[in-house]
Design a protein around this ligand. Structure first.
Ligand code: PLP
Ligand code: COI
Length: 339
C-alpha cells in the first residue's frame, strides 16, 4: 500500500488488498471467498455483458475520532439490492450474506479506511451480475456477487461547496414504469451522454425531469434532489428515481430538526421558491446547489449568491456526518461498528 494523500482524494478507483466473492449456481449460493486479484474470468455470453443483467450498491465506512470504523445503513443497501434482483430477475443476495461480505471486505482492508481528520471515507461497492451464459433474452442461471472497497473523497468537485446543475429536456434517464427505481447499470449507461454534455457546459450534472410530462424534477444521474423553503424540506416522489438511503436519512433528521418534510411532485417552476437546494446520496453526501439553469427556457434558479451552502444544508450535512463518524449517538440504529 503506497502513501495515500487522504485529504486530497477524489472519487476514483483505487485497488485495495482484497475483495470478497460468492457464486450462485445450481440454485444455491456458495461460500464467501477472499480474492486479492481485481480481475475475474467470465463467460463471453454472460447475461451481464449482453443484456445488462446486473445491479450494484454504494455504501460507506467512516473512521471516527475514537478510531472505530462505522458502516452506515448496511441493511438498507442489502434490501435495496434484493429489490434490484426483483427488477432484473437475478438471484437475491440474502441480507446476512450481504452484511457478512461487507464486514469482511472492510475488515480485511481496514488500513484503507481514511483517518478521521481527512474527511475522506471508505466507499463500499457490492455488485451482483448474471455470470452464466444465455443468448436468448432470459435470466442467467449463475450469478456472481462481489464486494470491493476503495478510499474516496468528494464525488462532485469541491465537496461541500455549491456547484451549478442544469435541466435539459432532450434527455431522459428512465421511464415512469421503467428501471429508474432500481440500482442497475443500464440507468448509468443511459446517463452518460447527458452527464458528459453537462460537464462540457460547466455543470456538475443534469437534473432529469419526469419523462412523461417533463413537468417535475426527478433526480440527477447519481443523487436525489431536495429543496428547502419556509422551514420545509421538499423532495420528489417519483416512480422513476432511486429511493436514496441518504435522502431517507435526511428526511428523518430534517423532521427532528423541526422542519416539515414533503415528499411529492416538485414542478420545475417551484425551483424559484426554494431558498436552498441540494443533491444527496452516498457518494454526493449533500452537494449544495449554487443554481439550476433551465437550458431550454433560459432561466436560472439561484440558491446561493455567495457560493456558500445555506444554513439548513449546512446543519443537515453536519448532523448526518456527526452520526456517520460517531460524534453523536446513533439513536436510529443506522450504524454498524466494525469489531
Ligand atoms: N440516485 C441515484 C441515481 C444514485 O445512483 C444514487 C446513489 O446511490 C442516489 C440517488 C443516492 O442514493 P443513496 O443515498 O442510497 O446512495
Ligand atoms: C452512490 O452514491 O453510492 C452511487 O452509487 C452514485 C454513483 C457513484 C454511481
Amino acid at each position: 500500500m503506497e502513501n495515500i494523500d487522504w485529504s486530497n482524494l477524489g472519487f476514483g478507483y483505487m485497488k485495495a488488498d482484497y475483495n470478497i466473492r460468492c457464486k450462485f449456481s445450481n440454485g444455491a449460493w456458495g461460500e464467501l471467498e477472499v480474492h486479492d486479484n481485481e480481475y475475474l474470468s467470465m463467460h463471453i455470453s454472460a447475461t451481464a455483458l449482453h443484456y445488462g443483467q446486473e445491479s450494484f450498491e454504494g455504501l460507506k465506512a467512516f473512521r471516527g475520532k475514537d478510531g472505530k470504523i462505522r458502516i452506515f445503513r448496511m441493511k438498507d443497501n442489502a434490501l435495496r439490492m434484493q429489490d434490484s434482483s426483483v427488477g432484473t430477475l437475478m438471484a437475491k443476495v440474502p441480507v446476512e450474506m450481504f452484511e457478512e461480505a461487507v464486514l469482511k471486505a472492510v475488515k480485511l482492508n481496514e488500513h484503507y479506511v481514511p483517518p478521521y481528520e481527512s474527511g475522506a471515507s471508505l466507499y463500499i461497492r457490492p455488485v451482483l451480475f448474471g455470470s452464466g451464459p444465455q443468448i436468448g433474452v432470459r435470466p442467467a442461471t449463475e450469478y456472481m456477487f462481489i464486494v470491493f472497497v476503495l478510499p474516496v473523497g468528494p464525488y462532485f468537485k469541491g465537496g461541500f461547496q455549491t456547484t451549478p446543475f442544469v435541466i435539459m429536456r432532450e434527455y431522459d434517464r428512465s421511464a415512469p414504469l421503467g428501471m429508474g427505481k432500481y440500482k442497475v447499470g443500464g440507468n448509468y449507461a443511459a446517463s452518460l451522454v447527458a452527464g458528459q454534455r453537462s460537464h462540457e457546459l460547466g455543470y456538475s450534472n443534469i437534473f432529469y425531469l419526469d419523462a412523461r410530462e417533463k413537468k417535475y424534477i426527478d433526480e440527477c444521474g447519481a443523487a436525489n434532489f431536495f429543496g428547502i423553503k419556509s422551514n420545509t424540506y421538499v423532495t420528489p416522489k417519483s416512480s422513476s428515481i432511486l429511493p436514496s438511503i441518504t435522502n431517507k436519512s435526511l428526511m428523518v433528521l430534517a423532521e427532528e430538526m423541526g422542519l416539515t418534510v414533503e415528499r411529492r411532485d416538485v414542478p420545475v417552476e417551484e425551483l424559484s421558491t426554494f431558498d436552498e437546494a441540494g443533491a444527496c446520496g452516498t457518494a454526493a453526501v449533500i452537494s449544495p446547489i449554487e443554481r439550476i439553469d433551465d437550458y431550454d427556457k433560459n432561466i436560472s434558479y439561484i440558491f446561493s449568491k455567495d457560493g456558500k451552502p445555506g444554513p439548513i444544508c449546512e446543519k443537515l450535512y453536519h448532523k448526518l456526518q456527526a452520526i456517520q463518524y460517531g460524534n453523536e449517538p446513533d439513536t436510529h440504529g443506522w450504524v454498524t461498528i466494525v469489531e
